[in-house]
Design a protein around this ligand. Structure first.
Ligand code: ATP
Length: 236
């Protein structure tokens, strides 16, 4: 088997007495779309944050394309892009300036051709010189995605990318995620919706109360649970 894009072994996170992640083991194959499905508070953001350096793990190991983050906490993260739930750009910059700054974070020059490419792909090019504060909610979400992708990461995390977005953006986003995966990018997305996992993912992991309960390929998951029953269970 090729080296996993992401490998977690015994990953745990405790906040004081509370355990948000319980010894999670998971290997994600290069080029796959993996959906992490779970209700509010399940530990999805904590897991992503541990890999992206936003959360300090309590124990366990994390490897990105075979490189252990304990050995090299910085280098492997150049391969990662994160689309967070929260807006993370400055309202006083333009869209293009935000992307130039983002490239700077990754030690890259302000590559205008790459900025144009990513803005066009996300239907945001017309707003290239607009201030980010003047964007609509949907456009802000497109910019969050552009920021995560502008440095061409090989492993992309999307944390509830379609929560609260309209149908058009959801459709655009799904199309774009599939395109990225077809080009070899590994995608990990979190969602509350079985429908979204079913639409996009090659494999689905179900997480609840910090425990990864199962990882299945999509067809097996649907056979096991039947249509929509997972969502009903979570929302009770
Ligand atoms: P959602 O779908 O609502 O975003 P999630 O699956 O991403 O939820 P997390 O945000 O990872 O869940 O939270 C997992 C658990 O850890 C929750 O019970 C949360 O309250 C707790 N938690 C997260 N961050 C902290 C923190 N800084 N201090 C204490 N507890 C925290």
């Amino acid at each position: 088997m090729s080296v996993p894009a992401l490998e977690l072994q015994g990953l745990s996170k405790r906040y004081g007495e509370f355990t948000a992640l319980h010894t999670v083991d998971l290997a994600i194959r290069p080029g796959e779309i993996f959906a992490l499905l779970g209700p509010n508070g399940a530990g999805k953001t904590t897991m992503i944050g541990s890999v992206c350096g936003l959360v300090k793990k309590s124990s366990g190991s994390i490897r990105v394309f075979g490189k252990d983050l304990d050995q090299d906490p910085v280098g492997p993260r150049y391969d990662i892009g994160l689309v967070p739930q929260e807006i993370n750009f400055d309202p006083f910059f333009t869209v293009a300036e935000s992307l130039r700054i983002q490239l700077g974070f990754y030690g890259r020059p302000a590559d205008e051709a790459r900025i144009d490419e990513v803005l066009t792909a996300l239907n945001l090019h017309a707003k290239k010189d607009a201030y980010t504060r003047a964007l609509s909610g949907g456009m802000k979400r497109r910019l969050l995605i552009a920021k995560a992708l502008v440095h061409k990461p090989r492993l992309v995390f999307l944390d509830e990318p379609t929560a609260g977005v309209d149908v058009e953006l959801r459709r655009d986003l799904w199309t774009y995620v599939r395109k990225l995966a077809s080009e070899g990018t590994t995608i990990v997305l979190t969602t509350h919706y079985l429908e979204e996992a079913e639409e996009l993912a090659d494999r689905v992991g179900i997480i609840n109360e910090g425990r990864l309960l199962m990882v299945e390929d999509k067809a097996t998951l649907l056979r096991r649970f039947g249509e929509r029953r997972v969502i009903i269970t979570f929302e009770q």
